[in-house]
Design a protein around this ligand. Sequence first.
Ligand SMILES: N[C@@H](CCC(=O)N[C@@H](CS)C(=O)NCC(=O)O)C(=O)O
Length: 233
Amino acid sequence: MSDLSAFPITRRWPARHSDRLQLYSLNTPNGVKVSIMLEEIGLPYEAHLVDFGKDDQKRPEFLSLNPNGKIPAILDPDGPGGKPLALFESGAILLYLAVKTGKLVPADPARRYETIQWLMFQMGGIGPMFGQVGFFNKFAGRDYEDKRPLQRYVAEAKRLLGVLDGRLDGRDWIMDDYSIADIATLGWVRNLITFYEARELVGFDSFNNVAVWLDRGLARPAVQRGLEIPSRP
Ligand SMILES: N[C@@H](CCC(=O)N[C@@H](CS)C(=O)NCC(=O)O)C(=O)O
């Protein structure tokens, strides 16, 4: 039995099964990357809801694990050397879980770096830019009189979709096989055209390879399950 009591986050979110990986998250586009990954690889885990409605992500117990105050974060009782490992940043968590289990990342070093490259393309491009489209199209930024910020992020989102569409030309997945690069990206593309209501705005239907890839990804049972974990209250 692992002892996770040294981690203050377990005071607010106690582990019922301290031998299982602990996930602190919400089913946002960054959060679902990790729940989808965990569902895909079949590693036993316990999901804890970080409720934004209660500002849970700013509580001292959460900040003790992630000083950046954002989900997702994990605590793996069985980290490197058999010791517990706390980790935040969805890209780092995906990579950690892939390397730990030898799943969803190629073993060949060159292919592995290529996968990491596309993972970083999501982390540094698709996530931040699509998020700004959401802010200026659906949330507080919608009321701004100056529409140039919205136009800038829509143009950048279209450009990024074009890059992804080119990569997916003649391919089922971003790499040859389904990988952490797809897992990182699927939830963001889905969110852009659903929750952020930007389907027409970004001309999504002209990116046929992306549309077909998205449907292919969403058809995976593990993706469907992961998208709901942890569900909003
Ligand atoms: N780069 C971080 C971004 C995480 C992030 O922005 N999470 C959002 C949800 S998608 C969040 O926790 N927002 C809450 C807040 O900003 O207060 C990652 O990929 O893990």
